[in-house]
Ligand binder design. Structure first.
Ligand code: AMP
Length: 458
C-alpha cells in the first residue's frame, strides 16, 4: 500500500469538525503564524532521514476516530464526533522533495539526534523519595517523549487528507465562506505572485478584523474590501504584534514541532517543505496540538497508561482568574475577553457558576459570515445556535480524574479542551490541549525555558 499523502501547494479541500447547537459543545481552537510575502522556512534543511530500520514497525496512526466519550467525561451535548479527514491526492504531482513512501504501516525513523542524548537528570526524576505513582508517571512521560523524538511530523498526518490553501488575493469575507463551506477553521495562505507560503489563516485573524472594525467603525466599506494580504496591515493598525513565522519541515522530529508549538504558543503549525526542483516552498499540511495528542494517545497507550496521577495532583490546567461569560452576553464582549486573556475558549456559566457551554474562538467565524459584522452584537446563546449540527460536544472532567483517562478520552473522541467541573457541574477550571502538551513535554524537566511562553496565542 502506498501512502497517498503528498505535498499540496494549490487549492484543494479539507474536511473537519463543525460547530453546534445552543446548549453545549466545542470545536477546534486555532493558532496561526504568518510570514510576509516571502516566508523563510524554519527547519527546512534537516538531514535526510535514514532508511527505516529492519524488523517490525510500529503501527501507523489512524485518522481521528469517532468513538463515544468514556465514562469519566460528561458531555452535555450529544457528542457525535465528526470525521477528520477525507480525500486523497496525486503522488508528488508538484515535484517537491520526495517524502519517503511507506508500505503498510511502516514508519520511517528519524536520525538519532541530540534529543536522544542522555540529559542531566532533573531533580524530579531522581527524587529518591518519589512514590511508585510518581515513578510510573515519570516513566510514562519519558516514554512519550522518546516516542516523539523518533517520529516525525509527517507521521502524524493521516494516510489520506485534503488541504485547503487560500490565495492571499482572496477577499477576507470570501475566505470566511470557504472555511464554513468546508467545515474547517484554518488554512495555510499562499502568495501566488512569489509562489511562497504566506502564513496560516486562523480565527485569530478574524478576531483581529473584528477589533479593527470596532476601532474604525466608519471604515466598514474598507473592511468589506480587505483581502487576506491585508491581514498584516490590520495587525499593525490595531497594534497587535506581528506573529513570528512558525513552520516545521515534515521530516523533522515531532518533538521539535511540539517544542516549537509550546514556545510560540501556536496551536497549529504548518509543515513546509522545499520543492527539490524549483527550490520553492511547498505547504504539505498543518499539524495541530489536537492531532499530536491524538497520535500519542493512539500509538502510545503503553506509556499513557502509566500516567495515573489525578489532575488535581498535577496542577494540570488553569483554576484561577478564569474568564467566563453568560448566554446573554454579547459575542463582542466574549471576543474582547479572549483578546484580553489571550485564550481561545470561554466557558459559559449560569448565575450559580454551573457550566452551560463553551464559546470558542472558532465560533466567531459563523458570526461574521459574509462580512456581517453587525451580528456581533447578538448574544452568546444565539451565536452558539449557529454551530453545525455535527458539532462534537464539550468535554468535562473532575479534578480527581487521572491523566491516563484523559488520554483515553483523547484517543476515542474529538477533544479540544476539558472543562473541569465539580459534582454539581460548577466550573472549577479548564485544561487546554496546550496544558496537556506542556505537561507531557516539560514536567520534571530542568529545561523548562518554554514554560509560560510569552508569545500570543495562535
Ligand atoms: P488555550 O486558549 O485553550 O490554548 O489555553 C491557553 C492557556 O490559557 C491554558 O493554560 C489554559 O489553561 C488557559 N485558559 C484557557 N481558557 C481559559 C479561560 N477561559 N480563563 C482562564 N484561562 C484559560
Amino acid at each position: 500500500m502506498e501512502d497517498a499523502r503528498v505535498p499540496v501547494a494549490d487549492k484543494a479541500i479539507t474536511a473537519a469538525g463543525g460547530s453546534s447547537s445552543s446548549a453545549s459543545t466545542s470545536a477546534s481552537a486555532s493558532a496561526r503564524s504568518r510570514s510576509g510575502s516571502s516566508a523563510p522556512t524554519a527547519g527546512a534543511s534537516g538531514p535526510p532521514p535514514p532508511p527505516p530500520p529492519a524488523g517490525p514497525q510500529p503501527p501507523h496512526p489512524p485518522a481521528a476516530t469517532n468513538t463515544p466519550t468514556p465514562s469519566h467525561t460528561h458531555t452535555p451535548a450529544a457528542p457525535t464526533t465528526p470525521t477528520s479527514s477525507a480525500g486523497g491526492s496525486n503522488a508528488n504531482a508538484n515535484g517537491s522533495l520526495p517524502l519517503p513512501l511507506r508500505h503498510g504501516h511502516e514508519l520511517p525513523f528519524v536520525a538519532p539526534s541530540s534529543y536522544l542524548r542522555p540529559k542531566q537528570i532533573s531533580r524530579t526524576m531522581s527524587d529518591k523519595s518519589a512514590s511508585p505513582l510518581d515513578k510510573d508517571q515519570m516513566q510514562g512521560l519519558r516514554g512519550v517523549r522518546e516516542f516523539l523524538k523518533v517520529r516525525t511530523s509527517y507521521d502524524v498526518l493521516p494516510l489520506s487528507f485534503r488541504l485547503v490553501v487560500l490565495d492571499i488575493d482572496l477577499l477576507i469575507k470570501k475566505s470566511l465562506n470557504i472555511l464554513i463551506q468546508n467545515g474547517i477553521v484554518s488554512a495555510p495562505l499562499w502568495d501566488s505572485r512569489n509562489s511562497t507560503f504566506a502564513g496560516l489563516l486562523t480565527s485569530t485573524d478574524y478576531i483581529n478584523v473584528i477589533q479593527y472594525y470596532c476601532q474604525f467603525p466608519h471604515d466598514l466599506n474598507q473592511v468589506d474590501q480587505f483581502r487576506l494580504s491585508s491581514l498584516r496591515d490590520i495587525e499593525r493598525a490595531i497594534g497587535v504584534l506581528p506573529l513570528e513565522t512558525v513552520s516545521v519541515h515534515p521530516m523533522r522530529p515531532l518533538y521539535e514541532a511540539c517544542r516549537r508549538m509550546l514556545k510560540t504558543r501556536a496551536r497549529r503549525i504548518p509543515l513546509v517543505d522545499i520543492d527539490g526542483e524549483t527550490g520553492r516552498e511547498t505547504v504539505v499540511s498543518v499539524i495541530t496540538q489536537y492531532r499530536i495528542l491524538k497520535f500519542i494517545a493512539v500509538n502510545n497507550e503503553q506509556h499513557t497508561m502509566l500516567l495515573k496521577k489525578p489532575v488535581r495532583d498535577l496542577g494540570l490546567g488553569t483554576y484561577k482568574n478564569l474568564a467566563t461569560t453568560t448566554m446573554n452576553s454579547s459575542v463582542l464582549d466574549v471576543i474582547h475577553l479572549m483578546v484580553k486573556y489571550n485564550i481561545s475558549a470561554v466557558p459559559v456559566v449560569d448565575q450559580d457558576y454551573r457550566l452551560l457551554n463553551v464559546f470558542e474562538a472558532v465560533d466567531v467565524i459563523p458570526c461574521i459570515r459574509g462580512g456581517a459584522y453587525d451580528e456581533l452584537s447578538s448574544t452568546v446563546g444565539e451565536a452558539l445556535s449557529r454551530r453545525a449540527e455535527d458539532f462534537g460536544g464539550i468535554y468535562t472532567c473532575g479534578e480527581d480524574d487521572r491523566l491516563d483517562s484523559i488520554f483515553d478520552t483523547i484517543r476515542k473522541s474529538r477533544v479540544h479542551r476539558l472543562i473541569v467541573i465539580d459534582d454539581d457541574c460548577r466550573l472549577r477550571g479548564i485544561i487546554s490541549l496546550s496544558d496537556i502538551l506542556k505537561h507531557v513535554l516539560l514536567f520534571g524537566e530542568e529545561d523548562d525555558t518554554i514554560r509560560g511562553g510569552s508569545g500570543s496565542l495562535r
